[in-house]
Design a protein around this ligand. Structure first.
Ligand code: MN
Ligand code: ZN
Length: 342
C-alpha cells in the first residue's frame, strides 16, 4: 500500500509499505478516507517540530472506514465510519495512573512519534476508534481532532459561565478554541494582529476584539473587564512575548494556559504570578475528548461543516504541502483524500 513518509526534514516521499494486519492489541483495521494537514504536520515536514522523529509517516487527523475487526471487538464493525485517536499511552506511569495519558511518560502520538494516517490502512485498538456522526462528511470529520485540542484547553482552564476569557491569537487554534469556549462562557475577548480574523471572531461569538498591532493588550483587556483583567487567558498565539503579556493581562486569581512548543527563552517574572496567585497551566494534545466533541455535534451545539477549503489526493501530498507553503489566503483546512485507491 502507499504512504506518505517524511524521510528527513524537507524530504517528502510516496513510499510502498506493507499493509498492516490486525492482532490482539491493534484489533481494528481502518481504511483511511480523509486525513487533515495540521500546522504540526507542516512543522514535521520542515524539521521545526522538536517532538518528531524521522523517518515518519505523518498525519494525526485520521478518518476512515472500518475494514476488518478482530475477535471480541464490540464497539465497531466493518463499514463503520470512524476517527482515530492520535494519542497512545502506556497505562502504568504516574500520569497514566492519575488519568492523564495525554502526558504519559511513554507518550507516542500517531504521526509524530509513531507512524500516522497518511497511508491507506492502519491497525489500531478498538478503544481508539470513535464513530462519526452522520451529519459530518469524512473530510469535514477531520476537524474533530483540532476540536479535541480546544476542548482540552478549555477543560484544563476550568472555564465556567462567569469567566472573562481572553483568547490570544485567532488562527486555526484560536478560532477553534472560540467555538468551544462560547458554549461555556459569554464574556470572550479575542486578540490578534489581523483585522479580518478579529472580524470573524466577532461573528463567531467574541464580545470584544483587540488588534495588538494598534492597541495595548493589557490596557484594553482591563477596559473590557471592568478593571480586573481576564479571569482566564489562553495562549493560542504562542509567540515570544505572549506568555508575559498574558501574565499581565490576567487578573488576580486567574488562570493562564500555555499551548506553545517553542523552546526559545521568554522573559517572565515571579512577581506577576505570585502577587496575583495565578495558575499557569499547560494544555497538551487531548485527554479522552473525542467522545465529548462528537457528543457536542450530536447535540447540535457544534457544527464542523464548511471548514475544509481544499482537498488533494494522498498521492499528491507534495503538491498539497507546497500549496500550504504558498500561504495562499484562501487556505483554511486542507484534507488529503483517498479516492485514488478505490
Ligand atoms: Mn491537528
Ligand atoms: Zn503512561
Amino acid at each position: 500500500m502507499k504512504a506518505v513518509q517524511i524521510i528527513q526534514p524537507n524530504e517528502l516521499k510516496i513510499i510502498d509499505v506493507e499493509k498492516p494486519v490486525i492482532d490482539e492489541k491493534n484489533n481494528v483495521l481502518v481504511k483511511m478516507t480523509a486525513a487533515g494537514i495540521c500546522g504540526s504536520d507542516v512543522g514535521i515536514y520542515h524539521g521545526t517540530n522538536a517532538a518528531a522523529t524521522y523517518p515518519r509517516i505523518i498525519g494525526h487527523e485520521m478518518v476512515g472506514r472500518v475494514a476488518e475487526v478482530g475477535p471480541g471487538v464490540t464497539q465497531v464493525k466493518a463499514g463503520d465510519r470512524v476517527i482515530v485517536n492520535q494519542v497512545t499511552s502506556c497505562g502504568h506511569c504516574y500520569p497514566c495512573r492519575i488519568g492523564r495519558g495525554n502526558v504519559c511518560d511513554n507518550l507516542a502520538v500517531r504521526g509524530v512519534h509513531i507512524d500516522g494516517g497518511y497511508r491507506e490502512f492502519l491497525a489500531v485498538p478498538e478503544s481508539d476508534c470513535y464513530l462519526l456522526p452522520d451529519s459530518l462528511s469524512d473530510k469535514d470529520a477531520v476537524m474533530i481532532e483540532p476540536t479535541t485540542i480546544a476542548i482540552q484547553s478549555c477543560t484544563r482552564a476550568e472555564l465556567k459561565k462567569d469567566d472573562m476569557l481572553l483568547i490570544y491569537g485567532s488562527g486555526a487554534l484560536g478560532s477553534t478554541i472560540l467555538k468551544i469556549a462560547r458554549l461555556m462562557c459569554d464574556h470572550i475577548i479575542v486578540a490578534d494582529i489581523v483585522d479580518d480574523k478579529l472580524e470573524a471572531a466577532k461573528a463567531n461569538g467574541a464580545k470584544y476584539t483587540i488588534n495588538v498591532m494598534k492597541e495595548d493588550l493589557v490596557e484594553k483587556v482591563k477596559e473590557y473587564t471592568e478593571g480586573h483583567g481576564s479571569t482566564v487567558s489562553i495562549d493560542s498565539a504562542c509567540t515570544k512575548d505572549s506568555l508575559i503579556q498574558l501574565l499581565k493581562a490576567t487578573g488576580n486569581a486567574g488562570r493562564v494556559m500555555t499551548m506553545g512548543f517553542s523552546v526559545a527563552g521568554t522573559e517572565v517574572n515571579q512577581f506577576l504570578i505570585t502577587s496575583k496567585e495565578l495558575d499557569v497551566r499547560g494544555s497538551r494534545l487531548q485527554n479522552k475528548m473525542f467522545g465529548k466533541a462528537i457528543q457536542l455535534i450530536h447535540e447540535g451545539k457544534l457544527d464542523l461543516n464548511g471548514a475544509v477549503s481544499h482537498t488533494f489526493p494522498l498521492l499528491k501530498a507534495q503538491e498539497a504541502f507546497d500549496f500550504v507553503d504558498s500561504h495562499d489566503p484562501s487556505i483554511r483546512k486542507i484534507v488529503l483524500t483517498f479516492d485514488c485507491f478505490e
